[in-house]
Design a protein around this ligand. Sequence first.
Ligand code: C2E
Ligand code: CA
Length: 406
Amino acid sequence: MSKLGDTCIETGFAGFTHIFVMLRNLEHVRTVYGDDFVHALVKEISFRGHSRGAIISMVGEGAFLMHMHVGFPTSYNLALQELERWQLVLSAPPFEIEGTPIFPVLSVGFVTLDLFGAPSLAEINQITPPAPMPLPEVHCSTDWRLSYESDMEFAACFYRGLGRQDFALAFQPIVSLGEAGETLYEEGLLRSVENLAHRTTAGEDTISTLEKLGLIRRLDRSVVLSLLGMLRQEPQVKLGCNISSSSAVDDAWWISILELLALRPDLASRLTVEITEYLPMLHPETAVDFVRRLQTLGCRIAIDDFGSGFTTLDFVRRVQPDIIKIHAGYLHRARESEQSVEVLSNLVGISSRFAPNVVIEGVESEEDLVLARGTSANWAQGNLFKAPQLWPSWSRHPLFIRSSSL
Ligand code: C2E
Ligand code: CA
């Protein structure tokens, strides 16, 4: 049962008549754009809520309470859908203030009111599980402010493109290192359709900019929804995708996806979710809970780029992933020295103690393949086998990512 569900059982469904909304990037917006801008943003958020059937009142700095005009759904599942709808409606499209596009970073959750109609403080603090990664700190330097502003413009441009279906997933297989040539699954990687002619990727810069702003959630949700669509259409394939570790939290963004996975175990069993930890997690327990939920639904979990980021062995031990993927850098360094060959081999050895499937990434040549086969890894991925394909032979058409809707 999810965090949202636990709360429901403890408090009883009848109490969930209100939604609490927290604006998490208020300080960032204030520092970069000023107080007047914050006031305008808050007004716009209230207006957006009002125009879609709710009254929003401000109950603190960046904290809103939503009262429904027409009452709250009486079934728990419908109430969850309503929560997700508000998450999506309030978060995007960006607000346009004085010609400047701005995305609020919002968390939403159910809240009960006390006898005086005030939300309970203890509950507010637990409205959604704490994000594994907090938003980056606010700085007062001009450089930081300028870069925040240009990142926000980039995010607006990116999400406009996503709305036009300018992005697609290119698929690359993870293949067996044995003789049988089996495929574990095909990993979907983000590609900009505009850049396809130049064979450039949508790239790590895009991902890290959205992560920095706290705005990766909509992309990760859209990618998983699109992938589930493809799994439905192509019943013979197993697919995987990347999600940011800041998305590894069981909250309103995932409601309909988790519901769909619960209804369709045949889709869940063919989905692998890859998680990379680029920055150390402040609340790894949130990510562990999320991963467990996916595993319970039948999905496979891969720890991505192991050895490169901040993923600790403790996290791996708690997650018990089905797959560990060794960052390509280890294989590439192994080309240079015996010592690096040993490091690669040891890392694979440790990984196999924690997961039944270990993948060596970045296999580009026959020499790389020999190095990979010299370890105890059972799978490999890389351009030697196949470069990421926008239109792989098993699919009827390329998978353009649809901006997430319910
Ligand atoms: P990753 O998950 O480690 O993906 C593997 C990267 O290695 C991809 O880069 C892929 O194109 C590249 N690659 C594949 N074979 C080879 C090879 O033989 N040699 C070398 N040198 N590289 C190879 P890409 O597509 O630029 O993706 C970069 C990163 O961006 C990914 O690293 C992943 O962390 C992130 N990413 C990609 N798509 C998504 C997405 O849809 N959502 C999220 N949240 N992150 C994504
Ligand atoms: Ca990956």
